[in-house]
Design a protein around this ligand. Sequence first.
Ligand code: UDP
Length: 334
Amino acid sequence: MILVTGGAGYIGSHCALALIEQGFDVTVFDNLSTGHLKTIETLKNISQNNFEFVNGDLLNSEELDKTFDSGNIDAVIHFAAFSQVGESVKDPAKYYRNNICGTLNLLDAMRKYNVDKIVFSSTAATYGEPVRIPIDETHPQNPINPYGFSKLAIEKIMDDYDRAYNIKSVRLRYFNVAGADAKSRLGEWHDPETHLIPNILKSTFANSKTFRMFGTDYDTKDGTCVRDYINIEDLVQAHLLSLEYLNNGGKTDFFNLGTKSGNTVREVFALCEKVTGKDISVETKPRREGDPALLVADNTKAKEILNWHPEKTLEDSIKSAYQWEKNLQEQING
Ligand code: UDP
């Protein structure tokens, strides 16, 4: 049994789906604070009795204990966390309590029930302002917001829990995750939505807000920020490979998940126009606080050690995201 925390959210649900389809027994543990019950229903419908859902909170140790007690859990994939940078600056307490204390409870339940393998959803935000591009895993980690710091603290805690209690971890540092399930059963569904691709696509529907482009005066080829967009299905594969790696006795380690190539906001916007076949209106706005000009991953380590081979293009991600967004709009508007 694999325990997936945060499996009702964007990345966690796609990972749970991949595990279910590979025949793993999966328990999703999620408090539905940002995830969706509808997502859980979708997973349940796809599964063949190899899926369970626990509506639980990591801050509640009793709920965790109950889940571990009844679960026969072999390994944990841990997504459950708050993840909005801006909100973390305004309310750091919320981020430190939920992300760090929640993970401590999870790790302590693992100790108690002798579960010794965890794959953790970390982030490029642990690096902070880049000092070199592309960013490899030896790049200094100096996060510039509480969200990034909460994830870095967990990475450090995981090192200590390996040394002291022999819990092995793989920390996956995501760059910009994009796209949706190719069959459009799941997709990105945040409320409010802050990410670039869904915001551009949402703006193409009736009664929606005009897309706002933040910052056109960066020192990049067209003045807008460069990001490394990694497809959700490729990203999820790295989690399955990490499980395999740990099952084969792999040591605690950490890997960047990105494509090693970057695209500007304007390039993403142009691709969205191509995929949707629409002229999309845009308002240019000042820079959004805390956005570095360039973030691109060196993904060599994950390729070499995990044998990971991301295959999908940015256009693939935008196409699947658009299909999903159309479904979502139909659900919302009837
Ligand atoms: N962005 C934008 N308009 C939006 C959302 C994002 O111009 O509505 C820009 C943002 O300023 C950044 C890039 O798109 O330069 C990627 O932002 P996103 O929030 O998707 O990911 P982040 O890199 O912040 O994790």
